[in-house]
Design a protein around this ligand. Structure first.
Ligand SMILES: Cc1cc2nc3c(=O)[nH]c(=O)nc-3n(C[C@H](O)[C@H](O)[C@H](O)COP(=O)(O)OP(=O)(O)OC[C@H]3O[C@@H](n4cnc5c(N)ncnc54)[C@H](O)[C@@H]3O)c2cc1C
Length: 520
């Protein structure tokens, strides 16, 4: 049969092979399930209908398990949570539509995105590519491309709202979409109309492409993100040779990355390539920093196998990249003015990367809160729903409060970044402090929310089927990448009362030959 109901009353539907029945009226069954599930006394009947709904999708995703999130929480709706001080009613409606799309098209496949419990690579990649292609079809990857190149030209605030909505379902998938926005933002910042024209056909053409930004090196990722080190620790060198640059170096952890053929499938057209942070000469400090575009199939590129890791299992294939005298035309250096490379790295690569992380972490936290609200409504202690007992109500209220603050803060920071005439450019220490505050607060919130969710749900929170463990595995790296939690705090302090350097930094740089020896 159909639905195997949990004793706890949790609205989880286990799907058993039934797809071949070819039951009619998918929409009707879904609506009926929804209505019945909302009435607790009709719970079993609701699950039966829900089972039929899911069973209709069985052929597409064998063995898939999902649950019906029955909750309806006005404070968590797009209309209530997105403040109209920062965006328009139409933008809120767009976010609402994305939420509906995500609920329908992505939520049911969250387990499949990791290849199920057994991490089946084929299931994971086919699901990832298929869902990513759907997001491309919706226009999400061209959201920040200016209209004159065929993009949607959406403003930064609504883009972050969309980012949040996508991350409710899968923060890895949202990150994959964000990679395209990221690289477009560098080219827009550097006013590279020629490059935007070159890449636009692949971004707006309806086919799905992915992209990667390579920053981290074996000697330390956070060092490259430390403004006080001025890029002097970068060891990937781009040497000018006539009208080309020749790049030699080694990056670790960039993703999605790897052999070009790994990114070609029925749904994915290919990999756009690697926007690589390098220096022309480490002793030049910030003047040497540049962003160099390296095509995915450039001669001299080689890759390790994808790393095995805790989260982002397939949605971000992270590898070593070796650049063995990779030659690229001069035009593929994105920055064109002295010091512009360092400004783009600080403001757009690191700063806006952290801000996007804040929106994603907020979406992830909301998803976990929704699971907890649904679960603690039906789970009872001595006849009373868990969430109505004061101790638990207080915990849930604190989860909501932190999520709400994370959201309002990332929204106001995003609004500020759209007004550089008032708040300064994104690479200013003050804006970097705000980006870092947004990311670190949202990350601490996600940590608290996922931890509490498990405590409120007990073993069910710990179980694979309820997704909390996946959200808990995923949030952690968004807290740690792009310099991590400590770098965030130091950048907040730098914006507040900097600049200051680590004690002994100049002596160390001199000893390394990165600064000229002190005279006398
Ligand atoms: C899933 C995943 C995806 C990733 N994607 C990418 C990607 O697309 N591109 C890319 O380039 N990299 C990527 N990374 C790498 C990631 O950004 C780095 O790992 C991260 O910036 C930290 O660098 P590290 O691991 O070398 O840690 P280290 O630099 O060794 O630092 C360890 C910790 O010490 C602290 N620390 C060290 N030095 C400093 C300092 N100077 N100031 C303040 N604190 C410091 C930080 O808290 C840091 O977390 C990814 C990593 C993962 C796991």
């Amino acid at each position: 049969m159909v639905a195997d109901l949990c004793d706890s009353g949790w609205r989880e539907v286990r799907v058993l092979p039934l797809g071949a029945w070819g039951l009619p009226g998918f929409g009707l069954w879904r609506r009926l399930a929804w209505v019945l599930l909302r009435r607790r006394f009709r719970y079993r009947a609701g699950c039966l209908c829900a089972g039929l709904v899911r069973a209709r999708g069985y052929e597409e995703a064998p063995g898939r398990r999902t649950f019906m999130a029955a909750g309806d929480y006005p404070l968590l709706s797009a209309k209530q949570k997105y403040c109209q001080a920062f965006c328009t009613a139409e933008e809120i409606e767009l976010a609402e539509n994305i939420r509906r799309f995500v609920d329908r098209e992505v939520m049911p496949y969250r387990h499949d995105l990791e290849g199920g419990w057994h991490r089946d690579e084929q299931l994971a990649l086919s699901t990832l590519h298929r869902l990513y292609a759907k997001l491309v079809e919706q226009g999400l990857t061209r959201a920040n491309l200016p209209k004159e190149y065929g993009g949607l030209g959406l403003g930064p605030v609504v883009r972050q709202m969309i980012n949040e909505e996508l991350s409710r379902a899968d923060i890895g998938l949202a990150t994959m979409v964000g990679k395209i926005h990221w690289v477009v933002s560098f080219m827009v910042a550097a006013k590279r109309d020629d490059l935007l024209r070159e890449f636009a056909p692949r971004i707006v053409g309806g086919e799905a492409w992915t992209a990667c930004v390579a920053i981290t090196e074996p000697a330390g990722g956070a060092n490259l993100e430390d403004p006080a080190l001025e890029g002097r620790t970068i060891r990937t060198i781009a040497r000018r040779d006539g009208d080309s640059y020749v790049i030699k170096g080694h990056k670790i952890w960039p993703g999605p990355a790897g052999a070009a053929e790994r990114f070609r499938s029925e749904h994915l057209k290919g990999h756009l390539g690697y926007w690589t942070v390098a220096t022309t000469d480490p002793t030049l400090g910030e003047e040497g920093i540049g962003i160099f575009y390296v095509p995915a199939d450039a001669e001299g590129l080689s890759f390790s196998k994808p790393y095995e890791k805790m989260g982002f299992v397939w949605s971000d294939e992270n590898v070593d990249i070796w650049y063995d005298n990779v030659r690229i035309p001069e035009k593929y250096r994105i920055d064109t003015q002295p010091g512009e490379g360092a400004r783009i790295v600080r403001g757009y690569v690191i700063g806006l990367g952290r801000l996007a992380g804040a929106a994603r972490l907020t979406g992830l936290s909301q998803a976990v809160l929704e699971i907890v609200l649904d679960y603690t409504k039906d789970r009872t202690i001595a006849g009373t729903p868990v969430r109505e007992r004061s101790m638990f109500a207080g915990m849930i209220a604190e989860m909501f409060r932190a999520i709400e603050f994370s959201r309002q803060y990332y929204l106001s920071t995003t609004w500020m970044v759209s007004h550089p005439e008032i708040y300064g450019p994104p690479w200013s220490p003050q804006m970097l402090a705000r980006f870092s505050a947004a990311r670190s607060f949202a990350a601490d919130t996600a940590e608290m929310v996922t931890n509490r969710a498990m405590e409120l749900m007990g073993s069910y929170g710990y179980a694979y089927e309820f997704h909390v463990e996946k959200y808990m595995r995923d949030f952690k790296i968004v807290k740690m990448w792009l310099g991590g939690a400590q770098r965030d705090r130091l950048d907040i302090a730098q914006g507040l009362y900097g600049p200051f350097k680590w004690a002994g930094m100049d002596e160390w740089a001199r000893a390394q030959g990165l600064l000229p020896k002190a005279s006398g």
